[in-house]
Design a protein. Structure first.
Length: 266
C-alpha cells in the first residue's frame, strides 16, 4: 500500500479521538499536554497582524484556532491536511467556535502544495513532518514562502541514543513488537514514519542546503531515552521561492478530497 494511502487510512481511523490520543502520547513522551504543545508552537511563530499563515498537517485545526486572535485585520490562516476525516473534525471545531472568517481548510499534500509561489509569510507544522518526505516538503515550503518568510515546526526527533548501536538494536525490537501487537493502519503509518525522523544536526544541514537562513534547531530530551526527543525548528527564507506555477488554484483541492475518500472506502 502506498505510504500516502496508509497515512490517510490511519488518520481516518484516528480522527474521532485524535486530540485525546495525541494528548496522552505527548504526556508520556514529553510531559506536556496537547494544548501546551499547540500554545508553544503558536508562541514560537510570533504571528503578526495581517500575515498569511499556512499550517501543514493541520489535523483537527487546533493550531489555526489558536492563531485566530493573533491574525488581526487582513490576516488569514490556511490549514492543509491530506486526510478528509481530520479536516471534517476541524470544520466542526471551527463552526463551534464561530471562527470561519480568517480560517480556510484545504485538502491536499504537503509534497505538492496547491498554492502559488510566495503565498505566505509563515509556514507551521506540528507533529506532521515524520509522515512526510522531508526534503520534498521543505522544497515546497521554500517555494510558497515570501521573501523573509519564516517556518516554524515542532516534531519528534532522533535522539543520540537512537543513533547509537545499542539504541538501534532497542528500537528495532520495539518497532517489531509494536508492529506485531498492532496491525492497524496507525501502526503501519508509524512504522513507515521511522525513516523520516531526523536528528537536530540532520535538520540543520538540510535546511541550510535548501537555502534557509537564521536556522535554529533546539532539542528537548524525552522522559525516557528510547522515546523520541522533541525538536523545535525555526528558519527564515532570504530569497524568493521561484516562479508561479500556472493552474495551481485552491479549487483543485476539492477533487483531492473526493479521490482520497474513495481510496479509503475501497
Amino acid at each position: 500500500m502506498p505510504q500516502d494511502k496508509i497515512v490517510v487510512e490511519a488518520f481516518h481511523q484516528l480522527a474521532p479521538r485524535y486530540e485525546e490520543t495525541v494528548d496522552r502520547e505527548l504526556r508520556e513522551f514529553w510531559g506536556m499536554s496537547y494544548t501546551q504543545f499547540v500554545e508553544s508552537l503558536v508562541t514560537l511563530a510570533s504571528v503578526q497582524g495581517g500575515e498569511q499563515v499556512l499550517d501543514l498537517a493541520t489535523g483537527t485545526a487546533a493550531i489555526p484556532l489558536s492563531l485566530v486572535h493573533r491574525l488581526g485585520q487582513g490576516g488569514q490562516v490556511v490549514g492543509l491536511d491530506i486526510t478528509p476525516a481530520m479536516l471534517e473534525r476541524g470544520r466542526e471545531s471551527i463552526e463551534a467556535s464561530n471562527s470561519w472568517s480568517p480560517i480556510s481548510l484545504v485538502c491536499g499534500s504537503a509534497m505538492e502544495l496547491p498554492f502559488p509561489d510566495g503565498s505566505f509569510e509563515v509556514v507551521l507544522c506540528g507533529l506532521g513532518t515524520h509522515h512526510m518526505h522531508v526534503p520534498q516538503m521543505l522544497s515546497e515550503v521554500r517555494r510558497v514562502l515570501r521573501t523573509n518568510g519564516r517556518m516554524v515546526m515542532i516534531d519528534v526527533g532522533a535522539s543520540a541514543f537512537w543513533r547509537s548501536f545499542l539504541g538501534s538494536v532497542v528500537l528495532r525490537v520495539l518497532l517489531a513488537r509494536y508492529g506485531l501487537s498492532r496491525r492497524d493502519a496507525r501502526a503501519q503509518a508509524e512504522m513507515e514514519a521511522f525513516r523520516n525522523v531526523r536528528t537536530a544536526d540532520e535538520w540543520k544541514a538540510l535546511l541550510s542546503k535548501l537555502g534557509f537562513s537564521r536556522i535554529e534547531v533546539a532539542e528537548s530530551r524525552a522522559l525516557r531515552p528510547w522515546y523520541p526527543s522533541a525538536l523545535t525548528m525555526r528558519a527564515l527564507l532570504g530569497e524568493p521561492g521561484g516562479s508561479v506555477r500556472a493552474g495551481r488554484a485552491l479549487a483543485l483541492t476539492t477533487n483531492v478530497c473526493k479521490e482520497r475518500k474513495n481510496d479509503i472506502s475501497s
